[in-house]
Design a protein around this ligand. Structure first.
Ligand code: ADP
Ligand code: MG
Length: 407
């Protein structure tokens, strides 16, 4: 899979958070069934915490004595892992804390990271309880890989850490609107997509990004007539981004920003207090750096930035993505697409075929950072499937910042 195994000792002592309301509401029953037996057979000790409310896990992780555990595991959907990741990054000792191996047992309705891990292991796609068994087996094997995290800035200057996706438009609306269909499990996204297709609309805003290619050799404006534009890298991503080198360098590093290439001189001050510094980003109230690509189109149907392969159990939206490729896979669909073509895209996405449909409205580009400025005063933006503050938002990927038990 390209992921690096960095742990020799198998994690055998887990702290497991379980959201009893996730998915169809049967996560606890599923845990007490097959999962517990698998852990027992693999001689894995665990402490189970059933969360009582939203952000319960996040608060516990922020305060926990992490030396007691080999791994923090969630049994829920992506939302509970989002809490754990952000709880770790909100700690003063975030740099060590985020090294704690994470694990996922899909018990929610949105199990995109679980589906991605299963996909990376090369196995044929499965869903619901079969996916749970597969991920249980992966946890028992205990191979620890590196995991990219993306830092996401909101207009209020709040910063979040994201392991999966940043979405606006169609996909974000479906994500939130479909929560009322949670009782159908992962099928909620299919139902939500069909409902949204009936009331398809346009989302206006400005999108800009830093491609993974050598930014200076790129055109500053995307040709809006290009068909399903794959804007492929010309060089290895490692050669053009400083983000890997900067991991863990916080305040000292920011005073050093004169050492960064000339094109980044305009970066005035560190955009962080805790956590890694986002050296690729300008403050939101200033224009994006001059070498970024500004998308000409301002009418969109959807914009999704993702860093793993799946958006949901049956949505292989970025087939080439890997756990720690250090790449934001940016997909956007321009307004003007017919309902029929959009439906065709979503149907093809189940097997990852949407990138070969030659749809002139859809664009796929690999980036290191992006900024999105919606024009409408109200709307929905999601991070890892969770509703976040609506408004201008920007993000930068930090390669291999976290660790994850994967196949
Ligand atoms: P699903 O995939 O079914 O949506 P998630 O893991 O994403 O499952 O959880 C859904 C939401 O519930 C998330 O916002 C999470 O933070 C929140 N949450 C976690 N524990 C609880 C709880 N005990 N009660 C209510 N909400 C919770
Ligand atoms: Mg969720």
């Amino acid at each position: 899979t390209g992921a690096i195994q960095v742990e020799v000792k198998r994690p055998i002592n887990f702290l497991i958070f379980l959201n009893p309301h996730s998915g169809k509401g049967n996560a606890h029953a599923l845990f007490c069934g097959n999962v517990q037996r698998m852990l027992q057979e693999a001689e894995i000790q665990h402490t189970l915490i059933i969360t009582e409310r939203q952000n319960h896990a996040r608060e516990l992780v922020r305060e926990a004595d992490l030396s007691q555990w080999d791994a923090l595991v969630i049994m829920s959907g992506d939302g509970l892992l989002f809490e754990v990741v952000n709880g770790l990054m909100e700690r003063k000792d975030w740099k060590e804390a985020i090294q704690t191996p994470l694990g996922v047992l899909p018990g929610g309705s949105g199990n995109a990271l679980a589906a991605s891990i299963h996909h990376y292991s090369g196995l044929q796609a499965v869903s619901s309880e079969e996916l749970l068994i597969s991920c249980g087996f992966i946890l028992c094997k205990g191979l620890v890989s590196r995991l990219d995290l993306t830092s996401v800035y909101m207009a209020s200057s709040q910063r979040l850490f994201s392991f999966l996706s940043l979405a606006w438009g169609f996909v974000a609306d479906v994500d939130i609107e479909s929560e009322k269909y949670r009782h159908v499990g992962a099928a909620r996204f299919t139902v939500g997509t069909l409902v949204r297709l009936a009331s398809l609309r346009v989302y206006r805003g400005k999108l800009a990004y830093l491609p993974i290619e050598n930014p200076m050799s790129q055109p500053s404006v995307v040709d809006s007539t290009a068909s399903f534009s794959h804007i492929f890298p010309q060089s290895n991503s490692d050669t053009c981004s400083p983000s890997n080198d900067l991991l863990g360098h916080t305040l000292q590093n920011s005073s050093n920003s004169n050492n960064t290439p000339k094109s980044k001189e305009s970066i005035p001050s560190p955009l962080s207090v805790l956590g890694p510094t986002d050296l690729l980003l300008n403050p939101l109230n200033q224009p994006v750096p001059g070498h970024w690509t500004v998308v000409q189109d301002e009418d969109f149907v959807l914009v999704v930035a993702m860093y793993q392969s799946h958006l949901a159990e049956d949505m292989l939206a970025a087939p080439s993505s890997r756990l720690d490729d250090g790449i934001i896979h940016l997909i956007y669909v321009k307004a003007g697409i017919s309902r029929r073509s959009l439906l065709r895209l979503f149907l093809a996405m189940e097997k990852g075929g949407h990138l070969n449909t030659n749809c002139p409205h859809a664009v796929y580009v690999k980036v290191k950072a992006l900024r999105l400025e919606p024009y409408s005063p109200k709307g929905i933006i999601t991070v890892d499937g969770e509703l976040v503050e609506y408004g201008p938002v920007q993000a930068q990927i930090h390669g291999s910042l976290a660790r994850l038990i994967a196949g």
